[in-house]
Write a protein that binds this ligand. Structure first.
Ligand SMILES: Nc1ncnc2c1ncn2[C@@H]1O[C@H](COP(=O)(O)OP(=O)(O)OP(=O)(O)O)[C@@H](O)[C@H]1O
Length: 256
């Protein structure tokens, strides 16, 4: 089941440069929330704060009401947070399936010795994980590529591999950084259907995306960031109609 994500007055600076200034929003459990805004607005930096890769200089980040600011990514994974990256880090020489199986690593039961001697319980779990990884690959449209080396797939599809890998963690909150960039039209349609199905299962999704058609189709609410500050928050339709958003972002060439 999805978790609620609440940010209050999150600020981040690098050497005196203010990257984020008092950004706050509340994502209801089981909803899809979009973060949009021009290049350099601070969207990825905000993701990095939520996922524990950056430490904000001030503010509060709560998952289901529990303060998680300052926790390292591995601890946040235990709170049910998983993410994908704008530039995925994959084992390129390994197969797509092997990459997805890495996501289940932290959920494997048993001691290292049990794994080394392959006790029946661990062998069964390995089979279960493989079956589950193939199911997630099916969900993201990559079942056909399970045995293909990851580097044979496009950069866009690398993000779909990362999505399947993140889903192996059974996240309550999933952060997706530009998941549709580099996908073909058909792949984008599949991605939209995947996000809708995850939402139907109650997973909370926060998505950074420049493709406003994707944002309109998958999100319940969006927050528009500009120069590290909240410009507005509302539905995708209200953002697209907002003159401030049109001036700061939608009139710019990076908004698709
Ligand atoms: N580690 C860092 N050190 C210094 N500056 C940084 C660091 N990370 C991000 N920034 C700066 O923060 C600002 C926001 O960058 P960020 O990548 O978060 O924007 P974005 O909205 O995700 O942009 P895009 O849509 O292009 O991905 C930029 O000016 C960037 O140079």
């Amino acid at each position: 089941m999805g978790a609620r994500l609440t940010l209050e007055r999150v600020s981040l600076s690098f050497g005196g440069v203010h990257v984020l200034e008092e950004v706050g929003f509340d994502v209801e459990a089981g909803s899809v929330f979009g973060l949009v805004g021009p290049n350099g607005a601070g969207k990825t930096s905000l993701f990095n704060c939520i996922s524990g890769h950056y430490r904000p200089s001030a503010g509060s980040i709560k998952i289901d009401g529990e303060e998680v600011l300052g926790l390292v990514p591995a601890k946040l994974a235990k709170h049910g947070l998983a993410r994908t990256f704008q530039h995925p880090a994959l084992q390129l020489e390994a197969t797509v399936l092997e990459n997805v199986l890495l996501g289940g690593h932290t959920r494997q039961p048993g001691t290292a010795l049990a794994w080394a001697v392959r006790l029946p319980k661990t062998a069964r779990s390995e089979r279960d994980q493989r079956a589950e990884a193939l199911d997630w690959l099916d969900r993201v449209g990559l079942r056909w590529a399970a045995d293909v080396a990851a580097d044979e797939l496009s950069h866009g599809l690398h993000k779909s591999i990362e999505l399947a890998r993140a889903l192996m963690l059974h996240p309550g909150i999933l952060l997706l950084d530009e998941p549709a960039a580099g996908l073909s039209h058909g792949e984008v349609q599949h991605f939209i259907a995947t996000v809708k199905s995850l939402r139907a299962e109650g997973i909370t999704v926060v998505v950074v995306e420049h493709n406003m058609s994707v944002i309109s189709q998958v999100t319940d609410r969006v927050l528009v960031l500009d120069h590290g500050k909240k410009l507005m928050e509302g539905t995708a339709a209200s953002a697209q109609a907002d003159p401030r958003v049109i001036e700061a972002y939608l009139g710019a060439p990076d908004a698709a």
